[in-house]
Design a protein around this ligand. Structure first.
Ligand SMILES: [Mg+2]
Length: 299
């Protein structure tokens, strides 16, 4: 796949249906049990180092983990996560007591307001135009994170029953990856475990938001009730809702049971047209209870 076309999302927009059904799969924390290792060993150490949070590293780690793993913003784009984590950190009395200046990074804030393709290619372009110091820091961090992940994350297989689920979708649904992870990591991870053969395309952060991925790939191409997003975070649910698509939750901490139910029960409802309504609502209500809105230190 090339990212050098003028429109990075061209391949998504040009995707033609070959089946009646469409399924978008999130990757980290949904297909792969990769959230803990990526955030704790790769994202967070680089977050502390790049943004000079050494003096409050304990609180920086709590903020990072809360934003990215244990709250409703789990799985959000990495650049949004920087701002959320820093804002949480700045408010903490322990941080203020230590007189640590937590950066505001207004350059990143304003970039986030005008860009949806929140990945390194768009950031590099912006950096060449504006030369903003905050954006330079974000870029340096993002590259360091990718290097850490490439070095650290291997032998992390798909959750049990993911392969069986992909096989059950074969011949019935067009399946794509809908993720906010960089394309190069997704390609490596899906390839490493030989499950890339089951999907038509990998959409990463360079191709836009998850809502945009679903819109580009599926909007107006499939009948109502035949588009499903599978994910482990409220952001995945939002992306589905924005496109009037169905949503199947992989519940954080209960991934195996979620995939088992998907294979044994939910997929049947999806193909039979009985997924929308009461069944989907009960799944969403259950999912909503797994992740909190507020951090434990504010409750
Ligand atoms: Mg996820």
């Amino acid at each position: 796949m090339s990212n050098h076309t003028s429109d990075p999302a061209m391949q998504l927009k040009e995707l033609k249906p070959t089946m009646d059904f469409f399924v978008g799969l999130d990757s980290d924390g949904c297909v792969f049990d990769s959230m803990e290792i990526k955030h704790k060993e790769c994202f967070c150490p680089n977050f502390i180092n790049t943004f000079n949070l050494q003096a409050v590293s304990k609180y920086a780690r709590e903020a990072w983990d809360f934003v990215n793993l244990y709250s409703k913003s789990r799985g959000c784009n990495r650049f949004l996560a920087i701002i959320r984590a820093l804002d949480l950190l700045r408010e903490r009395p322990e941080v203020q007591a230590r007189n640590v200046a937590v950066p505001r990074l207004d350059g990143i804030r304003s970039w986030l307001k005008r860009e949806s393709k929140l990945g390194n290619p768009a950031l590099r372009k912006e950096l060449e135009l504006a030369g903003d110091a905050d954006l330079a820091l974000a870029y340096e961090w993002s590259i360091a994170v990718n290097e850490s992940i490439a070095k650290m994350v291997r032998n992390v297989p798909p959750f049990p029953l993911v392969r069986e689920s992909l096989l059950a979708l074969e011949g019935k649904a067009d399946v794509i990856v809908v993720s906010q992870t960089p394309f190069e990591a997704l390609k490596r991870e899906w390839g490493e475990h030989d499950i890339d053969k089951h999907i038509r395309l990998i959409a990463g952060q360079e191709m836009g938001t998850k809502a945009e991925h679903i819109a580009f790939a599926a909007k107006g191409k499939y009948s109502k009730g035949k588009v499903l997003m599978v994910g482990d975070a409220p952001g995945d649910l939002d992306a589905a809702r924005k496109n009037d698509a169905l949503f199947y939750p992989i519940n954080p901490g209960h991934e195996e049971a979620s995939w088992k139910r998907f294979l044994d029960e939910s997929l049947g409802h999806f193909f039979a047209g009985t997924y929308a309504g009461e069944y989907e609502q009960s799944l969403a209500a259950e999912f909503d209870r797994y992740l909190p809105e507020l951090p434990p230190w504010k409750v």
